[in-house]
Design a protein around this ligand. Structure first.
Ligand code: GLC
Ligand code: MG
Length: 546
């Protein structure tokens, strides 16, 4: 069966998103299947690989346990690479895997040059890299540079006296406040005061996050050198890049805290280090949730990508209000404001926010409509593990509230759900017997089938990664529509934000004459002035138009 026919079969059959109506209309003649120049593999070989890749975020602790201790580990993850490959994933992002005091799920690093023994060894990590590269998959890792754990040797030394060689590696003060630090507030992101008294040293240290996460002092050049060496250490091992944690916050200041000029200069140094190793990339977690432009520099001197949180963390509101305006605005901002060469990192969830299932208020069509935007808009998608199964939230808390979105992956219906033969470190999420890979794998209307089909549609088609994007004028704020095109192919994707049927007028001449539906049950009639897009309530569709 052709790829396109298969998509019809999978997506057109009875996905709730795409409706279950009468599909008896004759299908239009298909565009030739392979009339574009590059194959999937070569798109993923060049320096632009990250623009074409589908990324997948993994909490190693919750993905696959290999030794029965209930804690996911690197060997377990390695054994699941083929699952990811089959799903259509090209690159994985590992949440922190370094030794940690585990006060912030690994975002409190106690040694930058080793692997958390609960997850395995450096040798296990090297084996993972080799196994991934063998499959033409890439691996990036979390790099947490704003702070260390209070158990890190640097901090142990720094807190020991006011005169030790690392006395100035962290941010110290005689009083629990400093007008030049903390963005005009003495409060931490987690909890109350951002200043913690250290009784040995007799001074307060600054921590933007938990008290066990003292902030490094980047105004000390030794800290700059030491942290750049951390990047070199992992790049030399062959890691394909980094997701840079709260990277805009490195340098402290009185008011403007996000990406002040000194922080920008540091990022440029980091980029130079990364560029010494061919094909490596860095993606920013911006602290500015609505505008990541600053993180992208001139398009080639700072981050390769920055997460687009304006959509990724806020899509729930436009779907709630059934109004696409906020989505239109946020994508227009990146289209108009980004430097040439910059790339969005597109998410609909992460380890920091409620699961897509929860954000969608349990409405699969909302989850799928949001994911369809994520997977068709210009940018690189980052899928959070379990999103492809509509993983439900958990209720046990081991570290903090965010644990609800960090429960183990569900592979099957056995007591340990294929995740572990022991007792999982945290209880499984809700409905684990009904929504797991084994149940969803061959069910044509499952969330898994939805993801698998859309990832297959992306595979080998450069237009999704690097093609131009236009946000189409639809004449109604109930419908969001995109036009993606390059020299070889073009697609229109439309999403009905509302719970009523909609007909949108696409006021854009030159969309083509012929529309072939590749996902959804909906209609697009093209003419000289644009198109007429009919979308049933809560539905979405993708059409190939060239
Ligand atoms: C980032 C991480 C989050 C962590 C925080 C402090 O926002 O995504 O999980 O708690 O940084 O490191
Ligand atoms: Mg284990």
């Amino acid at each position: 069966m052709s790829m396109v026919k298969k998509l019809h079969a999978t997506l057109g059959l009875c996905l709730s998103l795409f409706g279950c109506g009468d599909d008896s209309e004759p299908e239009p003649a298909a565009f030739p299947e392979k009339d574009w120049p590059a194959e999937a593999a070569s798109l993923l070989d060049g320096d632009d690989w990250y623009r074409h890749a589908v990324f997948y975020e993994i909490y190693v602790r919750s993905f696959q346990d290999s030794d029965g201790d209930g804690i996911g580990d690197i060997k377990g993850l390695t054994s699941r690479l083929d699952y990811l490959k089959e799903l259509g994933v090209d690159a994985i992002w590992l949440m922190p895997i370094m030794p940690t005091a585990f006060k912030d799920s690994g975002y409190d690093v106690s040694n930058y040059q080793d692997v958390n023994p609960e997850y395995g060894t450096l040798a296990d990590f090297e084996a993972l890299l080799a196994a991934a590269h063998e499959r033409k998959m890439r691996v990036i890792m979390d790099l947490v540079l704003n702070h260390t754990s209070d158990q890190h040797a640097w901090f142990t030394e720094s807190r020991s006296s006011k005169t030790n060689p690392k006395a100035d590696w962290y941010v110290w003060s005689d009083t629990p406040s400093d007008p030049n630090i903390g963005c005009g507030t003495a409060s931490a992101v987690f909890g109350s005061s951002a200043w913690q008294l250290d009784s040995t040293r007799g001074q307060y240290y600054y921590h933007r996050f938990y008290p066990e996460q003292p902030d490094l002092n980047y105004r000390n050049p030794e800290v700059v050198d030491a942290t750049l060496d951390v990047a070199r250490f992992w790049l030399a091992k062959g890691v394909d890049g980094f997701r840079c944690d709260v990277i805009g916050l490195l340098y402290e200041s009185a008011k403007e805290c996000d990406l002040i000029p000194e922080t920008r200069d540091y990022v440029k140094k980091l980029r130079k280090v990364v560029d010494e190793y061919p094909g490596r990339v860095i993606v920013a977690e911006p602290s500015n949730l609505t505008d990541a432009t600053g993180y992208l520099g001139n398009g080639s001197d700072m981050f390769h990508m920055a997460f687009h949180f304006g959509f990724g963390y806020f899509w729930t509101f436009p779907f709630g209000s059934q109004n696409a305006t906020a989505i239109v605005d946020t994508f227009q901002k990146s289209l108009n404001g980004f430097p040439p060469g910059a790339q969005d990192g597109l998410v609909i969830g992460s380890h920091d926010v409620p699961r897509a299932f929860s954000a969608a208020q349990g409405d699969d069509t909302r989850h799928q409509r949001a994911a369809l935007i994520q997977l068709t808009a210009k940018g690189t998608p980052f899928i959070y593990y379990g999103e492809e199964l509509a993983l439900r939230p958990g209720s046990q808390q081991v570290v903090d509230l965010r644990d609800a979105a960090r429960t183990p992956m569900l592979w099957d219906g056995s007591p340990g759900h294929g995740f572990t033969t022991g007792k999982p470190w945290i209880a499984f999420g809700a409905e684990a017997d009904s929504f797991n890979l084994e149940v969803e794998k061959d069910a044509p209307d499952s969330m898994y089938a939805f993801y698998r089909s859309l990832l297959e549609l992306r595979r080998g088609r450069a237009v999704w990664g690097t093609g131009e994007m236009e946000v189409l004028d639809t004449g109604t704020n109930s419908v969001f529509a995109l036009y993606r095109h390059d020299d070889f192919m073009a697609y229109v994707a439309g999403v009905n934000m509302s719970e009523e049927d909609q007909v949108a007028e696409l006021a854009r001449p030159g969309l083509g004459q012929r529309a072939e539906r590749v996902a959804g049950q909906d209609k697009l009639a093209l003419g000289a002035d644009g198109g007429k897009l009919s979308l049933p309530a809560k539905s979405a569709a993708i059409f190939r138009v060239k």
